[in-house]
Design a protein around this ligand. Structure first.
Ligand code: PMV
Length: 317
């Protein structure tokens, strides 16, 4: 069996995070400048079922059987075996690397899972549809997030901008011209499962308040979709700011995120907001193409540990 390599991009949520868990829509786009990559190589000398997992970024170098059954990587492998009715893998080494920051709201977990499912399927000589990849990744995501909305696995599987609402058919968004973002990393690792569960607790005790904010986020997201489709990107700035204020009101922003959002706007960005689970991780700034360097520099000057510049390419449906 020849070695197989598959990769998957990161993602950012432009509008609607957290509210999307409660049935409101959200918009996400792939970030192709960062990737998770999985290589599967046969080990013909070893017995079937002997599978090495090497993931240097998270210090994993062990046999699959020694990894906890609850580990997302084990669950992803089980999903693949189950899909094809196979009991165990042929002897192989699975090597996982990623340039997507971990626990930063850029979808690193979902990207690793998508690449792993595709690589294992190809290694086994099986074809797998995007729909199956998306569904299996969602199953694995449940172990990362607790109650994921499904947006990460969707945007990363299809690698296209999506307007996503739980229980509704996936809607891909047509983008008439490139959108440019600068992503600023607070350097603070913040697992999404924790912010999602804190929001759940707060929603349980102040349901009306939270529902009202989620409604506002939903309305902002609908307006944003229309602006994205029409190419009126400058109108997205005030919508990003309104969405960021809603996220502050539900307690998922942080001092560091707020400082970077303000810095981006002062440096001339069209708009800026936190992105993803929050309380750390990344913020995003929508910029004109000729502003990327000045906004990125100003984020670094105000404490960002890293910036990623990403162009979301025009799409046609
Ligand atoms: O932190 P991220 O980017 O993986 O995304 C979290 C988005 C949430 O809406 C907070 C959770 C979800 O499952 O949609």
């Amino acid at each position: 069996m020849p070695a197989v390599t598959k990769s998957a991009p990161g993602k950012i949520i432009l509008f609607g995070e957290h509210a999307v868990v409660y049935g409101r829509p959200a918009i996400a786009v792939p970030v192709n400048q960062v990737k998770a990559r999985v290589i599967v190589m046969a080990n013909p000398e070893s017995d079937p079922g002997v599978v090495w997992v090497l993931a240097p970024d998270i210090e994993i170098n062990l046999l699959l059987n020694d990894l906890s059954r609850e580990h997302p990587l084990s669950i992803a492998v089980d999903q693949v075996l189950k899909s094809f009715g196979i009991k165990r893998l042929p002897a192989c080494t699975i090597k996982i690397t990623s340039t997507i920051p971990i626990a930063g709201g850029l979808g690193s977990g979902a990207a690793i899972t998508v690449a792993l499912i595709r690589a294992l399927s190809a290694f086994l000589g099986q074809s797998i549809s995007d729909e199956q990849v998306c569904e299996s990744t969602f199953e694995v995501e449940k172990y990362f997030h607790g109650s994921p909305s499904g947006i990460d696995n969707t945007v990363i599987t299809y690698e296209r901008p999506v307007y996503y609402q739980k229980g509704e058919p996936i809607e891909f968004i047509e983008i008439p011209k490139s959108l440019w973002f600068v992503i600023g990393d607070t350097g603070i690792s913040s697992p999404t499962s924790m912010t999602v569960s804190d929001v759940r607790k707060a929603w349980n005790s102040k349901t009306a308040y939270y529902e009202n904010v989620f409604d506002q986020i939903g309305e902002i997201t609908v307006q944003a979709k229309n602006k994205v489709k029409s190419g009126y990107f400058t109108d997205l700035g005030s919508l990003m700011e309104a969405n960021h204020i809603c996220l502050q009101r539900i307690g998922v922003s942080s001092k560091e995120l707020d400082i970077l959002v303000t810095a981006a706007i002062e440096a001339g960005a069209i708009g800026a907001k936190m992105s993803g689970g929050g309380r750390g991780g990344n913020m995003i700034a929508l910029v004109h193409a000729n502003q990327v360097s000045q906004v990125a520099q100003s984020l670094i000057d105000r404490g960002a540990t890293n910036t990623i510049i990403t162009e979301v390419y025009p799409t046609r449906i």
